[in-house]
Ligand binder design. Structure first.
Ligand code: AMP
Length: 189
């Protein structure tokens, strides 16, 4: 089963994806993690991406679609994936449709984790202190920019999937366990 976890930065997509990986053996494809790995490896792409990520902008659609296409071609993805952080633009969503059609696979659900945006600032500050400031984009200034980019570029992806009847919404302000309980209900529906 292939699913998308959708929501603004700090909504809990990564946390829920990790639970699905450990509890159901699904494969998580986090484009943010892939970019951070490229940064850590010091690749040319990583160096370019770091600048973009640090100012809260989006990496280009071509790069991101290429990255997901390469990863989806690997054998471990055949049983199904959780897309976490992708697609982030309507162009990426359209490219994903084309990619799935070509690979003859389907998208089962797009699960939006809906959160109160004021609460995100506290969450991101919390994540920054828990991870010792590991993510250079986890601070109030960059979060404000990431939220603006989310509204302008990423939120339009929601009606795209709603029109296809794939969109499901869970209340992301609940406890981690309750959010994953709601996601589990969607996956078995
Ligand atoms: P994340 O870990 O998902 O919050 O992603 C961190 C940053 O990586 C984002 O703020 C973007 O700069 C970049 N990024 C991750 N995924 C994408 C994507 N699908 N399209 C464009 N940029 C992305």
């Amino acid at each position: 089963m292939n699913i998308i976890l959708f929501g603004p930065p700090g909504a809990g997509k990564g946390t829920q994806a990790e639970k699905l990986v450990s509890e159901r053996g699904m494969v998580q494809l986090s484009t943010g993690d892939m970019l951070r790995a490229a940064i850590a490896a010091g690749t040319e792409l990583g160096m370019k991406a770091k600048e973009i990520i640090d100012r809260g902008d989006l990496v280009s659609d071509d790069i991101m679609v290429g990255m997901i296409n390469d990863r989806m071609s690997q054998d471990d993805c055949k049983a199904g994936v959780i897309l976490d952080g992708f697609p982030r633009t309507v162009a990426q969503a359209e490219a994903l449709d084309a990619m799935f059609a070509e690979k003859n696979i389907t998208l089962a659900h797009v699960i939006e984790i809906k959160v109160d945006e004021q609460a995100l600032f506290a969450r991101i500050e919390n994540r920054a202190s828990e991870t010792g400031g590991e993510r250079s984009d986890d601070n109030a200034d960059v979060l404000a920019k990431r939220l603006k980019v989310y509204h302008e570029n990423t939120a339009p992806v929601l009606p795209y999937y709603e029109a296809k009847g794939l969109l499901k919404t869970v209340d992301g302000m609940q406890s981690i366990e309750d959010v994953s309980g709601d996601i589990a209900k969607i996956l078995t529906s």
